[in-house]
Ligand binder design. Structure first.
Ligand SMILES: NC(=O)c1ccc[n+]([C@@H]2O[C@H](COP(=O)([O-])OP(=O)(O)OC[C@H]3O[C@@H](n4cnc5c(N)ncnc54)[C@H](OP(=O)(O)O)[C@@H]3O)[C@@H](O)[C@H]2O)c1
Length: 299
């Protein structure tokens, strides 16, 4: 039996809450920011999961004991806002699985859980909130984590579920491969269109350019990427997606919420600059993403 907390019952958090709650012997607490629903419903091709956690909290003051596992499933820019949850839920027995796109998971989260193990996770979980407490999951759930004792423990925890956990020897390369795709997804944000937008040849060309720029920066950061092969593969993935598939960043844009542009596009652009790598397409889309992000961006 493990005590598990999920912080952020949005798309990804709801899916992980539903998966772990299928193992009845775990104790599950869900920590929300807005008024939480009393149950979580995840709809997927394999059926509908209804998750009724042992506790659903909206105030960090209500946290009792620290837990064994925290699944942190909030947007990267909201991490500091979860500090009080992490303070109450974490101690030296806790592993915090950071289910976020981007890089720098450890640096972002460790200050808020200084005695815990922080496990960065690159997650594939094509999911969308479609109603109050209702999430649509449109593909397999996969998680890549560094090859480590905590990663092995995560495999044991999630093994009975549909989620597949991969221990990754070269996490830098793994994370950068995903970031390249996340950068390209910025085009869905700017056009406010789903994957069908990549039926346009011009959008595919721009996506390819962005993927090449990002992979070049990743290479300079130590990722072992074949720049052209990565970009080709990303375009192939985009055109093979269902045309109505979106991304988390697009859903934020459509809802008028802040997007993760700074933690994805901004970081890649900055690192590119620091390596002297030219990123002309990124240099155009970064200010556009900043200007269209839901919070009043200044400076
Ligand atoms: N969705 C996908 O398909 C997908 C796939 C792979 C990776 N990812 C990555 O996974 C991460 C999570 O994305 P998501 O799509 O699940 O986001 P999401 O649907 O927006 O869910 C985030 C949830 O966190 C909650 N939250 C924010 N601050 C909080 C706080 N201080 N305390 C408690 N809850 C808080 C939000 O509450 P409110 O309702 O109040 O906003 C929301 O319910 C992101 O880094 C994303 O890039 C997403």
């Amino acid at each position: 039996m493990a005590r598990i907390a999920v912080i952020g019952p949005g798309a990804v958090g709801s899916v992980f809450a539903a998966l772990v709650s299928e193992q009845k012997d775990h104790d599950l607490v869900v920590c929300a920011r807005s008024v939480p629903p009393d149950k979580i419903v995840v709809e997927s091709e394999s059926g509908t999961r209804v998750c009724i956690p042992d506790a659903i909290l909206a105030d960090p003051a209500e946290v009792g004991e620290p837990v064994d596992w925290v699944f942190l499933a909030i947007k990267a820019h909201d991490t500091a806002g979860a500090a009080r949850w992490l303070a109450g839920l974490c101690d030296e027995r806790t592993t915090v699985v950071v289910l976020q796109n981007g890089i720098g998971h450890q640096a972002r989260v460790a200050p808020h859980a200084p005695t815990s193990v922080v496990l960065p996770a690159i997650v594939w979980c094509p999911s969308e909130v479609v109603g109050d407490g209702r999430v649509s999951l449109r593909g397999p759930v996969r998680v890549g984590v560094p090859d480590s004792p905590a990663g092995s423990d995560l495999i044991d925890l999630l093994d009975p579920t549909e989620a597949r956990v991969e221990l990754v020897a070269d996490f830098t390369t793994h994370a950068w491969r995903k970031i390249c795709a996340n950068v390209v997804a910025g085009l869905m944000v700017l056009t406010e269109r789903r994957a069908e937008v990549f039926s346009l040849a011009g959008m595919r060309a721009l996506a390819h350019q962005l993927a090449c720029e990002s992979a070049s920066v990743g290479k300079a950061e130590g990722a072992r990427l074949d720049v052209r092969a990565v970009a080709d593969a990303i375009i192939a993935e985009l055109v093979s997606m269902p045309s109505d598939m979106g991304t988390s960043m697009l859903f934020d844009r459509l809802a008028g919420r802040p997007t993760e542009w700074r933690e994805i596009h901004g970081v890649v652009q900055e690192l590119g600059k620091s390596h002297g790598i030219s990123t002309p397409a990124l240099d155009v889309i970064v200010p556009l993403l900043q200007a269209t992000s839901g919070r009043q961006e200044q400076g």
